[in-house]
Write a protein that binds this ligand. Structure first.
Ligand code: RIB
Ligand code: CA
Length: 314
């Protein structure tokens, strides 16, 4: 049976690839809707970018919602230095045909979950957790409806990518992340420790480009832009494909390995704000709230991604 999912995102090239992978996988994923949040770029761009990905995928029917433009208690910080001014540099940003739904994303999340069966909907956040944290804070009655939360964010051995201690998604809204990690629902976390194992190397991007359909072409073009910042910073052979790890896990969990751990969020310290403290060696008695993913079959991940992107040429 397909997972009913809501993807909450801040496109962002890697968020965009997540949307393509989800749309290409109807056997495993029933994409109920896409909600957008301020993150990599401001909300007016992330919502437009998400709609443009639906256009490129030919799925003008997917409902897209705009959510919170800023974190719960802090000003927004963005990441144009990585994603470019539009957030999807590598391709031209256009005014999409896919409409923006009039309802606020947080209200959509709350209404959809309240109307659902218990344990029936998977939330897939791939940006700052503002929409999810706000929905839980405003209406805790949604919690029993959440089957699990599969999110991209945080780091352990990899250290931070925005500060020495914090990964971007968690840092942008640590209070929202704290609400999510304390909510009591099952969490699977794709941190930098695993996303830095799935590098979009030249060979892999060339394999995507060779598929020759519009979705694959857009993916290759975006990844070619997205590569430049991280390859220089990490001297790696390609940019980490962070966000698609979430839906790849839902499609093919056997590609990944994790360990149930406590993960707690730093919300006070200026020095380590947004840090995800992963109790990997059980040195505390804190509740083991998170399936902390630490390994992935990177070749298997790209084989899956390429096989699914090829479907857009059928
Ligand atoms: O730190 C990586 C995360 O920040 C990814 O979700 C990327 O899209 C950015 O939002
Ligand atoms: Ca993202």
């Amino acid at each position: 049976m397909a997972h009913k999912i809501i993807i909450d995102c801040d496109p962002g090239q890697d968020d965009a690839v997540t949307l393509f992978l989800a749309i290409a996988s109807p056997e495993e994923l029933d994409l109920l809707g896409i909600t957008t949040v301020g993150g990599n770029v401001p909300l007016e761009l992330t919502q437009r970018n998400a709609r443009q990905m639906c256009d490129i995928a030919g799925r003008f029917d997917v409902p897209v919602y705009a959510g919170c433009s800023a974190p719960m208690h802090r000003p927004l910080q963005t990441a144009e230095m990585i994603h470019g001014e539009t957030g999807i540099n590598g391709i031209d940003a256009i005014d999409p045909q896919t409409p923006l739904q009039p309802q606020h994303a947080v209200d959509y999340i709350i209404d959809t979950l309240l109307a659902a069966e218990d344990n029936s909907i998977v939330l897939v956040p791939t940006g700052p957790l503002t929409n999810i944290g706000t929905a839980i804070d405003r209406e805790p009655a949604i919690l029993p409806k959440i089957e699990q939360i599969v999110l991209m964010g945080g780091a352990m051995r990899e250290g931070g990518n925005r500060t020495p201690s914090a990964e971007f998604n968690i840092l942008v809204d640590p209070e929202a992340a704290d609400i999510v990690f304390r909510c009591g629902r099952p969490i699977t976390q794709m941190g930098l420790d695993v996303s830095h194992q799935v590098l979009s190397t030249r060979d892999r991007v060339d394999r995507i480009k060779a598929l020759g359909n519009p979705v694959a072409a857009a993916t290759a073009a975006m990844l070619s832009f997205f590569d430049r910042y991280d390859t220089e910073k990490y001297t790696s052979k390609g940019a980490p494909l962070h966000d698609p790890c979430t839906v790849a896990y839902l499609i093919k969990p056997e590609l990944f390995a994790g360990k149930l751990c406590n993960v707690s969020i730093e919300t006070q310290s200026e020095l380590t704000l947004g840090h995800t403290a992963v109790d990997f060696w059980y040195v505390t008695d804190r509740p083991r709230n998170t399936n902390w993913i630490h390994s992935v079959d990177a070749d298997g991940f790209y084989d899956l991604l390429i096989e699914r992107l090829a479907r857009f040429g059928d």
